[in-house]
Design a protein around this ligand. Structure first.
Ligand code: SF4
Length: 457
């Protein structure tokens, strides 16, 4: 582990000197997951330390970064489309700096595509060298260089400034990378092997956040359940939760993502700690043992159902959410039935649903796939109808109940305030500015499609 290096500090100062008084603005577009959101917060922190200020208006920006994600469907097309939009902006304002970064850039074909076809992109870098951003900006801005730098794997850099988007809650990365190699997933190739931050660094960061008024942290990693691998002295995720739970002034702890194969009894027990929220995002992906094996997930449908039973036994009011994929190569009607059966038996509180699409460079991309797109869409709709019915019924059943809500702030386009229950359900209600950051009971008056309406009790 190392701190932000002397070299980067030097670059940061040089950029600061060069742009001082010029009122330069930056804009970051983030695609994909919470890891990416958090990386964007770190880049925002670095840019603001360099002297840039944020603008929501792309056309007003002097530096635009696209933080890309390789995981979601149609991600590549969306990124190309967005970068394409930069061409006229750059023509009108040649000094505009356009950068593309994130995990999609860790893939060779994407790096080359951007480098060769989009000459107006000044800066390309990956997920392992985000801390070098000051040096890249310095080279583009002051040396008029075009910078393309992707490194295969890196160590964790501690001590980067971070600009957080919310005043009462924050994300804290506890580990990077993934060792699981699910056959459809690009993450182990783009984010590299699992590396855990030391508990000391994590606790220090959270204590600092609590001092700034943060009430809730979400511990982030691709597979937080295997936190601690390789650290000396030995520590696992359950231990870490105990230590974070002991931080005075912190009210709520969440974490994501959990891998079912690593969800131990010890960890479920740690989830009963007072500050650990009763919610888990536990991606099932499929309910068919055949497909789970082809996906290299290392658990069966019965294993998954067993975990859900244990969770509900230990934490009765827990919310369980999931990711589900339809259309994996070789999936039959019966496999989809198995997934639908899993949905009915678990009764998920919410789920992200995807139609499988191959990612270049993953083992599953080489599998024969004879199912037509049309059939996949029909199966997807069949699954979604069942899922929606369950999710909406559970949502409706919350009307009249009282939940403890952490009040996050006022909504942008309305007079309503918003907050989240322990289970992470979004609730809107009327409140006062001084209520922000408070934990308050809220009675649910109406279930809307994606949120709940309520009133302070
Ligand atoms: S656990 Fe599987 S799906 Fe999740 S990041 Fe690792 S390889 Fe990808």
């Amino acid at each position: 582990m190392k701190s932000i290096t002397h070299h980067h500090n030097q670059a940061l100062r040089e950029v600061y000197q060069a742009i001082r008084g010029k009122k330069l603005q930056y804009h970051i577009s983030t695609f994909g997951c919470q890891m990416n959101d958090h990386d964007s917060e770190k880049m925002a922190g670095l840019l603001e330390t360099m002297g840039y200020t944020y603008t929501a208006d792309e056309t007003a920006a002097d530096l635009i970064l696209f933080n890309t994600c390789a995981v979601r469907e149609n991600a590549e097309l969306r990124v190309f489309g967005n970068i394409g939009r930069m061409k006229p902006l750059k023509a009108a304002k040649p000094e505009l700096i356009v950068g593309v970064c994130g995990c999609m850039m860790q893939q060779d074909h994407m790096k080359h595509a951007i480098k060769d076809k989009y000459s107006y992109v000044d800066l390309v870098f990956g997920t392992h060298n985000l801390s070098a951003l000051p040096d890249y900006v310095r080279r583009v801005l002051l040396e008029k260089e075009r910078v393309v730098e992707i490194i295969a794997d890196g160590s964790i850099v501690e001590g980067l400034p971070v600009v957080r988007n919310l005043d009462v809650k924050a994300f804290v990365t506890i580990m990077q990378g993934c060792d699981n190699f699910c056959s459809y997933c690009i993450v182990p190739y783009t984010r590299g092997r699992e590396k855990s931050r030391t508990p000391e660094a994590i606790l220090e960061e959270i204590e600092g956040l609590v001092e700034q008024g943060i009430k809730e942290v979400t511990l982030l990693g691709q597979n937080v359940n295997s936190y601690g691998k390789g650290l000396v002295p030995a520590i696992d995720f359950a231990d870490l939760l105990h230590r974070v739970n002991a931080i005075e002034g912190l009210e709520r702890i969440r974490f994501m993502t959990s891998h079912p194969k690593d969800l131990t009894d010890r960890l479920i027990e740690a989830m009963t700690l007072d500050k650990v929220m009763p919610t888990i995002h536990l991606p099932a992906q499929s309910g068919s043992d055949k497909i789970l094996q082809a996906m290299n997930r290392k658990y069966t449908k019965a294993d998954y159902l067993g975990l859900v039973d244990k969770l509900r036994q230990m934490i009765p009011d827990i919310a369980i959410t999931s990711d589900l994929i339809i259309g994996f190569p070789g999936e039959t009607e019966e496999d989809v039935d198995d997934t639908i059966d899993l949905i009915r038996r678990v009764e998920f509180d919410a789920a992200f649903t995807f139609i499988y699409s191959p990612r270049v460079g993953t083992p599953a991309a080489g599998l024969p796939d004879e199912t037509s797109e049309r059939t996949k869409h029909e199966r997807f709709d069949r699954m979604l109808a069942v899922l929606n019915e369950i999710v909406i019924a559970k949502h409706k059943a919350r009307e009249g109940r009282v939940f403890e809500v952490l009040i996050e702030g006022k909504q942008e386009r309305s007079a309503a305030y918003q907050g989240r229950t322990k289970q992470d359900f979004l609730v809107t209600f009327s409140a006062k500015p001084e209520d922000i950051g408070q934990l308050r009971p809220v009675r649910i008056t109406k279930a809307r499609k994606f949120s709940l309406e309520g009133e302070l009790v």
